[in-house]
Design a protein around this ligand. Structure first.
Ligand code: ATP
Ligand code: MG
Ligand code: MG
Ligand code: MG
Length: 562
């Protein structure tokens, strides 16, 4: 590509509203432009990098037999009403009305759309497992869009969804996805870690995040310095709280993916619809089954539970009592650190459940409606962290260290939450209707563009890893008015193209200083400069990653370049 014919508006000055390196450089090097808060145009260079990221993702998705689709961004409100997310997704969901006053959401994610699609088209277990993915624009009205592409309001995501007849099948696909994600981020060249994430539950191999390590990351990772333990801070809080709170607690073991039979048994015991049970947590301590029901589910909470499911006693508590206190979460503001008195109450509540002494509903053991700010001061959170650097890691094998991370991917076992809510069932081998068991798997495609820029740069500009660079080679003619320079540059441009190098050819009538500065800013892996020695057929070759430079005869180029 001739640079004179492309659209690469570089800037010398640092844009005042761009706080972080990647945002500044992507703007300055002419990869992106902001339209309005959190909404960007990808210019030719940015678009090329996106395409390279997408190719890697597609190859790895295809390798695990995920098929590509493209679903609508505009989604009728009824879909979101069916799962309840129309009401509880909050202001992040963009909503609009058509001319007939019918309501729509702009897709923040696509569980509803794909579940309805599969519900209507897939009837038999014989068609399962089925995994579909798309690379598409997502809309989220983020409270604080910032850091350029890292947190946009309109952004590009790869989202995949898998449908299964059995939990074993979901587990297999989850492991496939885990490997595919490791491959993707490794091929892209990111410095990253897979961490256990908080799926709003205790224990948890049910969800992992992929964190690119970076000081500007908004997430905190707690990892062990000498074992494989790595979790996001929320999950580490859960793991550590789990160790610290009480003895009975340690005996509690989350049944990771309660099987349908357990769910059905509990549901029929409680005389409620099974769909309500899947939203709960099921624990086991010794031989007791402990069901923690969702907060606010008063109808269920009012049922007095005394008897056994077979040999198993079922007790229950409000989510606020156990789930949120264990995970140190109160309300929806994320991880908070509990004041000691609340911790003691939580301990009692849990002990009482485990020991079956008194119900968690007893006065003094029951915490409802705990609100930070109102019930305790928010500035105390920091003092009350359950996890500190230097603590023994929850696996007991190392010492906890903290690092900052950018969430670039997230995989999640959804189980039957969406299929049950949307009545999406298939017929099993015995002709019985069962809700699909589901998984979902996201990657922030546009976020990766910024993350790579954040990890690969120096004071002069971007330094693209080979596999993502918008072009392989930057070819520069220092003086386009000099005939032999011009002729050699044109010749090399054609030869390199014929050898299938993707070349950005700076043929602009600019000063050498401007060309070099732009070239460093853009950051292609190899720069070939045609200058004074053009008449001898000698060019300068400079490598952006190492800064190394050397002189080659033009004949050597296609041989030595890789
Ligand atoms: P975050 O915690 O950063 O808000 P999330 O957990 O809400 O992200 P998911 O719903 O897990 O995001 O979406 C899958 C992926 O989409 C994320 O791992 C991230 O890489 C990307 N992503 C999410 N929100 C944004 C955004 N506002 N801008 C760019 N990428 C995003
Ligand atoms: Mg988010
Ligand atoms: Mg997140
Ligand atoms: Mg996430």
């Amino acid at each position: 590509m001739r640079q004179s014919r492309s659209f690469i508006p570089t800037m010398r000055e640092v844009p005042s509203d761009a706080e972080i390196k990647s945002h500044q450089l992507l703007l300055r090097a002419g990869f992106i432009r902001q339209n309005t808060s959190g909404i960007y145009s990808y210019l030719p260079l940015g678009k090329k990098v996106l395409q390279k990221i997408e190719i890697i993702i597609r190859e790895e998705m295809d390798a695990i037999e995920a098929v590509e689709v493209f679903m609508p961004a505009m989604q009728q409100a009824e879909l979101w009403q069916a799962t309840g997310r129309w009401y509880n997704y909050g202001p992040e969901l963009f909503r609009l009305k058509d001319r007939h006053n019918r309501e729509f959401a702009l897709g923040a994610t696509h569980e509803e759309v794909i579940t309805s699609l599969v519900r209507d088209e897939v009837k038999s277990y014989k068609k399962l497992p089925l995994t579909m993915y798309q690379i598409q624009t997502k809309f989220r009205d983020e409270q604080r869009p910032r850091f350029g592409l890292l947190r946009g309001r309109e952004f590009i995501m790869k989202d995949a969804y898998s449908f299964h007849a059995t939990e074993e099948s979901l587990e297999e696909k989850y492991q496939d996805m885990m490997r595919a994600y490791m491959n993707i981020f490794t091929r892209i060249g990111l410095n990253f870690r897979a961490v256990i994430a908080d799926g709003g539950s205790i224990g948890g191999t049910g969800t992992h995040e992929f964190m690119a390590l970076s000081d500007i990351g908004e997430d905190t990772i707690a990892y062990s310095d000498s074992s494989s333990y790595a979790a996001n801070i929320e999950m580490a809080e859960v793991n550590v709280a789990y160790e610290k709170l009480s003895e009975p607690l340690k005996k509690m073991e989350k049944i990771e993916t309660p099987n349908q039979k357990t769910i059905d048994d509990v549901a029929s015991f409680l005389e409620v619809d099974a769909s309500r049970i899947v939203k709960t947590l099921i624990f086991k301590a010794d031989d007791k089954l402990i069901v923690v029901l969702a907060r606010g589910d008063h109808e269920i909470n009012d049922i007095k539970l005394k008897n056994a499911l077979g040999a198993t006693v079922v007790e229950f508590a409000h989510e606020a009592d156990v789930l949120e206190l264990l995970s140190c979460r109160v309300g929806s503001i994320g991880p908070v650190k509990l004041p000691v008195d609340l911790k003691v109450i939580a301990d009692h509540a849990i002990a009482s459940i485990v020991n079956g002494v008194c119900g968690a509903n007893e006065d003094g053991f029951h915490i409802t409606n705990v609100n930070p700010e109102r019930d305790f001061a928010v500035d105390r959170y920091e003092d009350l962290r359950f996890v500190q650097e230097g603590d023994t890691s929850p696996d007991g094998k190392g010492t906890i260290k903290f690092a900052k991370g950018i969430e670039v991917g997230h995989i999640f076992k959804l189980l039957t939450t969406y299929s049950t809510a949307m009545d999406a069932t298939f017929l099993d081998e015995n002709g019985k209707a069962k809700p699909f068991i589901m998984g979902c798997y996201g990657i922030g495609v546009s976020r990766i563009l910024a993350t790579v820029a954040e990890q690969f740069n120096d004071e002069n500009g971007l330094k693209w890893p080979k596999k993502l660079a918008p072009y392989d080679v930057h070819l520069i003619a220092i003086n386009t008015k000099d005939e032999s320079q011009n002729a050699l540059a044109e010749e090399l441009y054609n030869i390199l193209k014929s050898y299938r190098y993707d070349v950005l050819y700076d043929d602009r009538p600019e000063r050498a200083g401007v060309k070099f500065a732009d070239s460093d800013l853009i950051g292609l892996p190899v720069r070939i400069t045609v200058g004074k020695k053009a008449s001898e057929g000698i060019v300068e070759v400079k490598f952006r990653q190492t800064g190394e430079s050397t002189e080659w005869q033009k004949e050597e180029l296609t041989e030595k370049l890789q």
